[in-house]
Design a protein. Structure first.
Length: 431
């Protein structure tokens, strides 16, 4: 549906900006740099999302990843309604926490023990603390363009060099905190090698997105992943694979199953909460036994493992486990969308390229294939802005940044994909 007006959204955004920094509770939602105000959303159903002004969109944000079954899933919502009748939170152990731990362990074999938290940020922060506690070392390695939430020591991006010492990319983060963060270039074996040559015995952990979704979709090359696993083993550093986005998304057992890599620790979020706040970290028993109250690494949370998030998570994961066809269908829809966009790129001679893994897709406005952060940064942001605004006008709700992933859900129909390709062709004919 073509967008009509956005009077109510504009009014709400004005009020929001008086009270909430930038009018939003997470920065990317503000549509900064895109010269339009964000629609305010009232509800969503299946593949569609609806704003305050009565506009309907095909949604490719999916709450930034969790909504793999589509919005307003009857099976998840019905379970939640039942659970609500038992009250909302107890601050005490529940059967649900045991069940989700068993379920995740049954799907992801590298996870021998797991701790639930409330967000992906908490999961990565905690995993790093555990890695440091376990190894007794201080330094961590992250990759340029990989996002692991807003924990202080991870808020570091690289300059363009292969080996860059951490410079905070947010004010409010003391340099002393990021001094122990080393930034390596994604998909560069040489960069990782240089860092290990120099600091290897001080490196507690390497944390990586196996398929980065936070510079747009950029998968690790298989040989790069294999090398990172090999060198972390050689130096007894903990390999943390951040599957907050990719877990239960690119395959039932996540990216680690696609790469056949066994991390020491894995971080989860998004899908394991079925749309409610959640995070988790888990892995080798030997390492996880360091976590309090069993071990000396302190980590806690008032609402961790809360019954509603656990219920939504268990229901979503159980559905995915029992219906492996979902991933085949997501792959088919992803392929169809990719082919349609690529044909439009060729037909309209647009300087653009598509990266995709299963249901994670990014259209980059760059002629060159995107393999790392340096490549992604060279995209034409101005053209992206034009495309994004025009797509919204055509009723397609995409992530409002060149450096984000769009997500296809089980609820997206063939018709949704066809309509999206039509919109892309319309928009390409005008930019
Ligand atoms: C790979 C990855 N790790 C961690 C996070 C942080 O998760 P949260 O926003 O739940 O704190 C994100 C969020 O998008 C993510 O994509």
């Amino acid at each position: 549906m073509k967008k009509t007006n956005n009077i109510k959204s504009e009014e709400l955004f004005k009020r929001a900006k008086e009270l909430i920094p930038g009018g939003v509770n997470s920065p990317v939602r503000a549509f900064k740099g895109l010269d339009i105000d964000p629609p305010f959303i009232v509800r969503a159903d299946g593949s569609k999302i609806y704003d305050e002004d009565g506009n309907e969109y095909i949604d490719y944000i999916g709450s930034y990843g969790p909504m793999i079954l589509g919005h307003n899933s009857e099976i998840v919502n019905n379970k939640l309604k039942e659970q609500i009748d038992n009250s909302l939170s107890f601050g005490a152990p529940t059967r649900l926490e045991v069940e989700i731990a068993e379920l995740i362990r049954s799907i992801v074999p590298s996870v021998e023990m797991i701790r639930m938290v409330n967000s992906g940020t908490e999961a990565t922060m905690s995993a790093l603390r555990v890695a440091r506690g376990y190894t007794g070392r201080s330094k961590i390695v992250k990759f340029a363009g990989n996002y692991h939430g807003h924990g202080d020591c991870l808020l570091v991006q690289a300059g363009s060099g292969a080996l860059t010492h951490g410079v905070p990319s947010s004010s409010g983060v003391p340099k002393s905190i990021t001094d122990n963060t080393i930034v390596a270039e994604y998909n560069s074996i040489e960069s990782v090698d240089n860092i290990f040559q120099e600091y290897g015995n001080d490196i507690a952990a390497v944390i990586m997105e196996p398929i980065s979704g936070n510079m747009g979709v950029v998968p690790a090359a298989q040989e790069f992943m294999d090398y990172v696993r090999k060198i972390t083993r050689e130096y007894n550093s903990v390999l943390i694979i951040d599957e907050v986005m990719t877990g239960f998304r690119v395959a039932l057992a996540g990216a680690q199953s696609l790469y056949k890599v066994e991390p020491d620790l894995t971080c989860f979020g998004k899908i394991i909460g079925g749309g409610l706040p959640v995070g988790a970290y888990g892995g080798k028993k030997q390492i996880m036994q360091c976590v309090a109250p069993l071990g000396s690494v302190y980590q806690a949370g008032t609402l961790s493992g809360n019954p509603l998030s656990m219920t939504a998570g268990i229901t979503t994961l159980t559905y995915l486990k029992n219906n492996p066809k979902v991933y085949e269908e997501l792959e088919n829809k992803g392929q169809k969308l990719q082919k349609g966009i690529e044909k439009a790129i060729a037909d309209f001679k647009i300087e653009a390229t598509v990266n995709r893994v299963g249901s994670m897709v990014t259209l980059f406005f760059s002629k060159k294939k995107i393999e790392n952060y340096g490549d992604a940064k060279k995209c034409n942001i101005e053209v992206f802005g034009k495309y994004f605004r025009a797509m919204l006008q055509h009723g397609i709700y995409l992530p409002p940044s060149q450096f984000e992933t769009f997500f296809i859900s089980q609820a997206h129909s063939e018709e949704d994909i066809e309509n999206t390709i039509k919109a892309v062709r319309d928009v390409f004919s005008t930019i």
